[in-house]
Design a protein around this ligand. Structure first.
Ligand code: C2E
Ligand code: CA
Ligand code: CA
Ligand code: CA
Length: 274
């Protein structure tokens, strides 16, 4: 505060202070939201692009705050990690997603359910026990579950992560590398872990119908994956031409607004019966 004249004060709030204040407010709301269970899980269909049928679903967490409205997961997930709430939120998503997959199974749709796992959930070291418990509680078969890890998880804390992946793979749980290509240039980890698929990041996929270099890159990733015995999932497919290019390049699976955004279980069911 700066003194102006006799009794007049003028407050200068720097942009940084304001950002800190906003972040603090968001943290408070996030804590409250966890207590009040203001979260839900939406499902984006993943298509087998050879048969053009729904192969699975990716569970995506949503937070609609009563005061702040919809907050994007890109914003609140890192915050939840920072203040130690990701464990609780992560467990919620796993329970919801596995329960939903069983419900779909019971209606005659055998889908693979993909769940995002944060770095922090792997660092605890108790992921195998947690997953086993959720599978038991919900009755989902391990092979119907795919856990999506980012490259950074496989770079840090390698021994602990490797051990957990081994235990879960032995159960039949699948692993995918999320946002492939955005993180690291060292690809050594690809042969070190038991993985099922690579998810090609939207930043590469979105321009393949306009940009020859991006197309070459995506083709290269598909070839690399296939030579390692991994499936590829293209993220963020928004137009028919991109789909055709991916089919020609031998990509197995894809998701994106071309088919559907993430939707409620009910809306998902209408996609299944289409
Ligand atoms: P992600 O795992 O890479 O998820 C894909 C994101 O791309 C989702 O955003 C999805 O809605 C969006 N998307 C899908 N298809 C298209 C498309 O055709 N065009 C465009 N423009 N976008 C598309 P969302 O749901 O906002 O999630 C953002 C990120 O937040 C996720 O990226 C993931 O890293 C994180 N996240 C979301 N749910 C969870 C969760 O349950 N646990 C953890 N740890 N992270 C989560
Ligand atoms: Ca993902
Ligand atoms: Ca991704
Ligand atoms: Ca992402």
């Amino acid at each position: 505060a700066k003194k102006m004249g006799r009794n007049r004060f003028c407050w200068y709030q720097s942009e940084m202070e304001q950002q800190q204040l906003e972040k603090f407010n968001l943290m408070m709301r996030l804590r409250l939201a966890v207590k009040q269970q203001l979260f839900s899980v939406l499902y984006q269909p993943v298509y087998d692009i050879k048969t053009n049928t729904v192969f699975g679903a990716e569970a995506l967490l949503r937070w609609t705050d009563s005061e702040l409205g919809v907050i994007a997961p890109d914003v609140f997930i890192p915050l939840a990690e920072e203040i130690g709430l990701i464990q609780e939120l992560g467990l919620f998503v796993l329970q919801q997603a596995c329960g939903q997959a069983v419900a779909w199974q019971n209606s005659g749709y055998a889908l693979r359910i993909a769940v995002n796992i944060s770095v922090m959930q792997c660092k605890q070291g108790d992921l195998p026990a947690l997953i086993r418990q959720v599978l038991q509680e919900t009755g989902l078969a391990a092979h119907a579950l795919e856990l999506e890890l980012t490259e950074s998880v496989l770079i840090d804390d390698t021994a602990l992560v490797k051990q957990q992946i081994q235990q879960l793979s032995a159960l039949g749980v699948h692993f995918a590398i999320d946002d492939f290509g955005t993180g690291y240039s060292n690809l050594g980890y690809l042969s070190q872990f038991q993985l099922s698929s690579l998810k090609i990041d939207r930043s590469f996929v979105s321009r393949i119908s306009h940009d020859d270099k991006d197309l070459a890159l995506v083709k290269g990733i598909i070839q690399l994956a296939s030579s390692l015995g991994l499936h590829t999932v293209a993220e963020g497919v928004e137009d028919q031409q991109s789909l055709e290019l991916l089919q020609q390049a031998g990509c197995h699976y894809a998701q994106g607004y071309l088919w559907s955004k993430a939707v409620s279980p009910k809306e998902f069911e209408s996609l299944l019966t289409q």
